[in-house]
Design a protein around this ligand. Structure first.
Ligand SMILES: Nc1ncnc2c1ncn2[C@@H]1O[C@H](COP(=O)(O)OP(=O)(O)OP(=O)(O)O)[C@@H](O)[C@H]1O
Ligand SMILES: [Mg+2]
Length: 436
């Protein structure tokens, strides 16, 4: 290994300063991401005898099969294989100067939603490879464990993440903030492309160029606007078309859908529709139930919407709104209608929403702020199919997981999906008990 690539050098600057605490490096294939992380850990272990580092990835198996191999490759290139021993039983790389690197699985297991498994860990710093595959919470928990011997070595706590482009917290917290020049001082993002790495074989670059469009955009060009998740139900293009589909025909048939905030924690979103066009929208942060009722009533009068065509989620405070406004109640976990093979009514609505949107039949006509648009886009990108349950019924990614990934509840998406309820079976009154 002669020297670092220029982008890697750039990263090393932030890995050594006193300000940066979180660095994300990468955003395309082959830009030397894993190599950078391994080099950083090796240098740290050498410089700070007795220090302890975490090398993490979503799944330990993938870590052992990929990142760990990069580690061995880099240690051969730098000729330091005789400085450590890898214990495959405990997943620890022990340097003979007392430093160690712990290999950790950072997947969000349902059995350990708060990462209690990392609870007693104390580390000097962390490298998370493919950090886009872990939940933001995992990143934050790992960061909170960085304190081991920091004073002794006079170090700033640092976590390095590397990744390919992905539409999740890495996009919003690093890529986008960096692009818009409003990234916090303690966070940094460096984009490295395969073309930045002269050590790659030309045939590898050729292979990247021959990938399907989404993968090529992401992995060769480092385009963060493409997400190739095969589970996504709505194409990215159709999501962005939501704001330009002005061909969508208005019929004068009006509806109101309301996603009502629960326990004061979520946003309340109320949409007014003319056929499949959103013609009015009101949102509240931490709203009072009377505000929501008043808003629904005002919109109803303003747009002449019959009660039969108004729906609000019925759990929590929503139940009061439904009773007081005498409108339809929507319960997420009630049975799918018409004997269709969905795990519940909410899932059924989202699948129908995805169909409509992929045909570019839904239009948001009203002016929205850039921030609102981005929020809606992000929420719709997480409309994803999810493991079939035991009866083989179709499911979508659960709300709890989406909250983990985007850090809030997908309220706009819920309000959009509720419109499809009227297509499924308008005449039935639903009653059941779980939250939408
Ligand atoms: N500074 C360097 N000097 C020499 N070789 C390097 C350097 N950085 C990376 N490489 C080599 O380039 C190749 C790609 O690097 P690496 O595996 O780190 O990229 P990556 O971004 O992690 O790729 P992937 O997207 O496949 O995970 C590897 O063979 C690695 O050894
Ligand atoms: Mg890699």
């Amino acid at each position: 290994m002669e020297k670092l690539l220029p982008k890697q050098n750039n990263a090393v600057f932030y890995l050594k300063d006193k300000i940066t605490e979180e660095l994300v490096y990468g955003g395309a294939a082959g830009g030397g991401k894993s190599a950078l992380g391994c080099l950083w850990l090796i240098e740290n272990c050498q410089r700070f005898p007795g220090s302890r580092w975490l090398m993490g990835r979503s799944k330990l198996k993938a870590l052992r099969e990929t990142t760990l191999n990069s580690f061995f490759e880099i240690s051969a290139l730098t000729n330091i294989q005789n400085q450590f021993k890898y214990n495959a039983q405990d997943h620890v790389i022990k340097f003979f100067n007392g430093s160690e690197i712990l290999l950790k699985d950072l997947f969000l297991y349902p059995s350990d939603p708060n990462f209690d498994s990392l609870g007693s860990l104390e580390i000097t710093g962390a490298f998370v490879d493919e950090c886009n595959q872990i939940a933001h919470k995992a990143w934050q928990v790992v960061k909170s464990r960085i304190r081991y011997k920091l004073n002794e070595f006079q170090l700033t706590p640092k976590i390095l993440g590397t990744c390919n482009p992905a539409k999740n917290w890495v996009y919003t917290e690093f890529y986008k903030k960096n692009k818009e020049n409003n990234i916090e001082e303690y966070k940094r993002f460096i984009q490295a492309l395969p073309t930045d790495n002269p050590h790659l074989h030309p045939s590898y670059l050729q292979a990247l160029l021959r990938l399907d469009k989404n993968s090529r955009e992401r992995l060769y060009y480092g385009n963060w606007e493409y997400d190739d998740d095969p589970n996504a139900l709505i194409s990215y293009e159709s999501i962005t078309n939501l704001f330009t589909n002005n061909h969508s025909e208005k019929t004068g048939k009006k509806y109101i859908t309301a996603d009502v905030a629960r326990l004061g924690s979520d946003k309340a979103v109320i949409m007014v529709w003319d056929n499949y066009t959103v013609i009015d929208l009101i949102e509240f942060d931490k709203s009072r139930i009377t505000d929501i009722q008043n808003a629904i009533n005002a919109l109803k009068v303003k747009h002449k919407v019959p009660n039969l065509n108004i729906v609000a989620d019925e759990d929590g405070v929503g139940g009061g709104v439904v009773d007081n406004c005498r409108i339809k109640g929507f319960v997420n976990n009630s049975k799918a209608l018409n004997n269709e093979n969905f795990s519940n009514l909410k899932t059924q609505c989202f699948y129908k929403l995805a169909d409509k949107m992929n045909n570019d039949e839904i239009f948001i006509e009203i002016e929205l702020s850039q921030k609102q648009k981005e929020t809606i886009i992000e929420e719709l990108e997480y409309v994803k199919s999810y493991n079939s349950d035991s009866d083989g019924k179709m499911q979508i990614l659960p709300k709890a997981e989406i909250k983990q990934l985007i850090g809030r509840s997908p309220d706009y998406a819920d309000a959009l999906a509720m419109r499809l309820y009227f297509d499924i079976k308008p005449s039935i009154k639903i009653t059941s008990t779980q939250s939408w």
